[in-house]
Design a protein around this ligand. Structure first.
Ligand SMILES: [Zn+2]
Length: 106
């Protein structure tokens, strides 16, 4: 069993546990109950810790964790609809205002 990550909150630990287990990686949370009992931000060594049960899955777990902790899906810039001028976030391929498609790279 290997320690994967020290979480800032129990909610974070539970979320990451769910993400990893959805990919077939068994984990456990240490200090889950200590955190709840204190009702405040605990010392570092008492923070919720996410552990991977099978050490051969540690690398996969780290990759999933990196994705889960990065809230930005891409670094692509926002774009402006050529038809109606609406400003759109990078993750949208179609203008939600008028249905115009994002201009391609060509
Ligand atoms: Zn538009």
């Amino acid at each position: 069993m290997k320690k994967l990550h020290i979480c800032n909150t129990l909610m974070e630990a539970q979320h990451l546990k769910a993400v990893l287990e959805a990919s077939g990686i068994a984990t456990m949370i240490k200090n889950e109950h200590v955190f709840g009992a204190l009702g405040q931000v605990p010392l570092k060594e008492l923070m919720p810790q996410l552990w991977v049960l099978d050490e051969t899955q540690l690398d996969d777990a780290k990759n999933l964790l990196a994705e889960a902790l990065d809230p930005t899906p891409s670094s692509a810039p926002a774009w402006r609809c050529s038809a109606c001028g609406e400003s759109l976030e990078a993750q949208f391929d179609v203008c939600w205002q008028c249905g115009e498609r994002r201009p391609g790279p060509d």
